[in-house]
Design a binder for this molecule. Structure first.
Ligand code: UGA
Length: 440
C-alpha cells in the first residue's frame, strides 16, 4: 500500500521506516529541511537504538522516501498524522498548531476513499472535528484515530511489535468498516500474529492514549510520594517497591522511585488532559493529576536539597558532576529533562556543574549553554566534591566505584534513579545517598 507519514520526529520517522518493513511504500513529509535531508541520507536526526539500521534497510528497499513537499503525499491511501502536540506557552493545554497545519495541507492531496489516521496525542474531540472538516472538503475521505504507545529508546521494537492496536473509527458503520479494513491491511503482519486489537470510536481512542500516560505518571508519582514518606520515617522505598510489586495487581514496572518523569510526553500529556477536562466541565475528575505533577516536581527540588546536605550545607563553589542529561537512558531527548533541571538549579545556586551524557551533550549544550559539559564521566567528575547520577544509562550503572573513586576529590555519590549497587559503592568508600532511602 502507498502510505504517507506527516511529521518525521521520533514517532513519525520510526513509523515511516517501520511501515516499509511491513511491506508498504512510504513517503515521510516534514517541514524541517535539515531533518528531511538527514533522513534521505540514511542518518537519523535523533538518537534511537536500532533506528539507523532500520532506516538504511528501508531506504535500501527503494520503498521509502522523505520530502518537505506535501504534494508528494498524493496517491497515498493512508495518511498518518505524526506531528507534535507540545504544551502551549503559559498554559496547560496542548498546542494544536502543527496538527491543524498538517491537516490543512493534506486537504490539497486527499482523495475520496483515502484515510487520515491520527497518531499524535490530541485532546479528546479532535478527531471528530477533523473528520467533519475533511468530509466537508473531500467527501468520501475518512478519519480514524490510531494512537501510538511507543517508548523512546524502544521505538523500533514498540512500533513493529506493539502490545495492542487501537482503532478509533468513524461513527458511520460502512465508513468504520472501510477504515478498519485499511488499517488491518497496513498492520497485516501485526494483526496476523494475534496482537490484541481494540476497535472503538474516535473519542475513546483519543482517551486511551492520555489515560495510559496519566496512569503511568500516577504510578511513578505514587512511588515517589512513598519515597517522601520513607525519607520521613527511615524506611526504604526500593524494598517497598519490590515488596508491593510482587502483587500482580500492582506490578513492579514503573515503580522506580527517583527523580521522577520528564520528556516530551508524560508531563505535557497530563496537563493537556487536565485542561481538556476543564473545558468539558469535568475538571474535578482529574484534579488528582495536579498532585501527580506536584509530587513529580518536588523530587527535583528535593534532589538539590540532598546535594546541599551532602555538600556540608552549601553549594557555593562546590564542584558537582552530573551523570546523565537525557530525560531517560537510550535517548538524546532533553525535553523537560529532570537531570538538566537539577543541574541548572545547582549551577544557579552557586555550584560549578559539569554534565556528561552518552548521547545528549550536543542537545544540552544548545539549550543550556551556561553549564559545563564533558565527554566522559571521568572527565566530568575530575576533582568533584559530589557525583550525581541523574539518568540511569547502563554505562553509569556499571561504573566501577573503586576506579572512579580515584578521579574525584570527595567520594560522595547521589543516586537520583536508585540505579546503582549501593553495597558496591559504599564498600569502595563512597558516601551513598538516594531519594527515599536511608543514608549509608
Ligand atoms: C511514554 C509512554 O511510556 C509511552 O507508552 C508513550 O507512547 C509515550 O510516552 C508517548 O506519549 O509518546 P516515554 O516518554 O518515551 O514514553 O518514556 P517513559 O519510558 O514512559 O518514561 C517517562 C519518564 O518517566 C522518564 O523520565 C523516566 O525516567 C521516568 N520513569 C519511568 C520513572 O521515573 N520511574 C519509572 O519507574 C519509570
Amino acid at each position: 500500500m502507498r502510505i504517507s507519514v506527516i511529521g518525521c520526529g521520533y514517532l513519525g520517522a520510526v513509523h515511516a521506516a517501520s511501515m516499509v518493513e511491513l511491506g508498504h511504500e512510504v513517503v515521510g513529509i516534514d517541514v524541517d529541511q535539515r531533518k528531511v535531508a538527514a533522513l534521505c541520507a540514511g542518518r537519523s536526526p535523533f538518537y534511537e537504538p536500532g533506528f539507523d539500521e532500520l532506516l538504511q534497510h528501508s531506504l535500501g528497499s527503494g520503498r521509502l522516501s522523505f520530502s518537505t513537499d506535501v504534494a508528494d503525499a498524493a496517491g497515498s491511501r493512508v495518511h498518518f498524522l505524526c506531528v507534535g502536540t507540545p504544551q502551549k506557552h503559559g498554559e496547560y493545554a496542548a498546542d494544536m498548531r502543527f496538527v491543524e497545519a498538517a491537516v490543512e495541507s493534506l486537504l490539497e492531496v486527499l482523495q475520496p476513499g483515502d484515510l487520515v489516521a491520527g497518531k499524535s496525542t490530541v485532546p479528546v474531540g479532535t478527531a471528530a472535528q477533523l473528520a467533519e472538516l475533511v468530509a466537508g472538503k473531500v467527501p468520501g475521505a475518512l478519519v480514524a484515530w490510531n494512537p501510538e504507545f511507543l517508548r523512546e529508546g524502544f521505538a523500533v521494537r514498540d512500533t513493529l511489535h506493539p502490545d495492542r492496536l487501537v482503532y478509533g473509527l468513524p461513527a458511520d458503520p460502512a465508513d468504520a468498516a472501510t477504515a478498519e479494513a485499511l488499517l488491518d491491511e497496513v498492520y497485516a503482519p501485526i494483526v496476523a500474529r494475534g496482537t490484541p486489537k481494540v476497535t472503538t470510536d474516535h473519542a475513546t481512542a483519543e482517551m486511551v492514549k492520555t489515560a495510559a500516560n496519566s496512569f503511568l505518571a500516577t504510578k511513578i508519582s505514587f512511588i515517589n510520594a512513598m519515597a517522601e514518606l520513607c525519607e520521613a520515617t527511615g524506611a526504604d522505598v526500593k524494598q517497598l517497591a519490590d515488596a508491593i510489586g510482587y502483587d500482580e495487581r500492582i506490578g513492579r514496572r514503573f515503580l522506580n522511585a527517583g527523580l521522577g518523569f520528564g520528556g516530551g510526553c508524560l508531563p505535557k500529556d497530563i496537563r493537556a488532559f487536565m485542561a481538556r477536562a476543564g473545558e468539558l466541565g469535568a475538571d474535578q475528575a482529574l484534579t488528582f493529576l495536579r498532585e501527580v505533577d506536584n509530587i513529580n516536581m518536588r523530587r527535583r527540588i528535593r534532589m538539590v536539597e540532598l546535594a546541599r546536605e551532602v555538600l556540608d550545607g552549601s553549594l557555593l563553589g562546590k564542584r558537582v558532576a552530573v551523570l546523565g542529561a537525557a530525560f531517560k537512558p537510550d535517548s538524546d531527548d532533553i525535553r523537560d529533562s529532570p537531570a538538566l533541571n537539577v543541574a541548572a538549579q545547582l549551577q544557579l545556586q552557586g555550584a560549578v556543574v559539569c554534565v556528561t551524557d552518552p548521547a545528549a551533550v550536543d542537545n544540552s549544550r544548545r539549550e543550556w549553554p551556561h553549564l559545563d559539559f564533558a565527554a566522559t564521566p571521568e572527565e566530568a567528575a575530575e576533582r568533584a566534591d559530589a557525583v550525581l547520577v541523574l539518568t540511569e544509562w547502563r554505562q553509569y550503572r556499571e561504573l566501577d566505584p573503586v576506579a572512579f573513586g580515584a578521579v574525584v576529590r570527595q567520594k560522595r555519590v547521589l543516586d537520583g534513579r536508585n540505579a546503582l549497587d549501593r553495597e558496591a559503592w559504599t564498600a569502595a568508600g563512597w558516601t551513598y545517598r538516594a531519594l527515599g532511602r536511608r543514608a549509608s
